[in-house]
Every structure is written in C-alpha cells, then in structure tokens.
Design a protein around this ligand. Structure first.
Ligand SMILES: [Zn+2]
Length: 103
C-alpha cells in the first residue's frame, strides 16, 4: 500500500479529511501556510509512547502552557481556545502529560 495520506480529523477545525501536514487537512494547511500561521501546529510526529511528544522550544512552551491552564481547572475546550489550537492537539498534550506524570 503506497498511500501517502491518511484520513484524520483536522487539528484546526476537527473536520475529517486527508492529512496533508501538521495534523491539518488540505484546506486548513493551505490557509495556514498562506497566513504564515503553520507554526501553531506541530510538525507531524512519529510515534513515541503517547504518539506525540513536544520537541523544540515551541512545543515545550505550548505544553507548559497547557499544563498551566489545566491546573487552573480550565476545560479542554477553553484551553484549546486560549492556546489557539484544535481539540486534537489538546488531546495530544493531555496524553503527553499523562505519560510524563506516570511515574
Ligand atoms: Zn481544519
């Protein structure tokens, strides 16, 4: 099977579609690329324990921000809004945090 793309839910709008890059479907990827906001979305990640781990200063900063908001008791939806990321990315942060605090 040589399928390059896989079907995902977009990290930005949560709509189903073909993955193009950074967890985004084609329309969002193109939009963020032309708006120069692709950096909001982490590069596509190879599987580690949780399927994702922060790399680079931006990813670590975003994760730290997630942890901060989570500890303030914000709902995942609110955190996604505050951070300007999609619910899928929040799920990744959550899984990563769980991995990190597992022991
Ligand atoms: Zn989208």
């Amino acid at each position: 099977m040589g399928n390059r793309f896989k079907s995902i839910r977009c990290a930005c709008c949560d709509k189903p579609g073909w993955h193009v890059g950074r967890g985004l479907i084609e329309s969002c990827y193109a939009r963020h690329r032309s708006a120069k906001t692709l950096d909001q979305f982490p590069r596509t990640l190879r599987p580690t324990g949780s399927g994702w781990s922060p790399h680079g200063p931006h990813g670590k900063r975003m994760l730290a921000r997630y942890i901060e908001l989570d500890q303030l008791g914000f709902s995942p939806r609110r955190i996604a809004f505050e951070m300007g990321v999609g619910p899928r990315q929040i799920a990744r942060y959550k899984a990563t945090l769980k991995e990190m605090t597992r022991g």
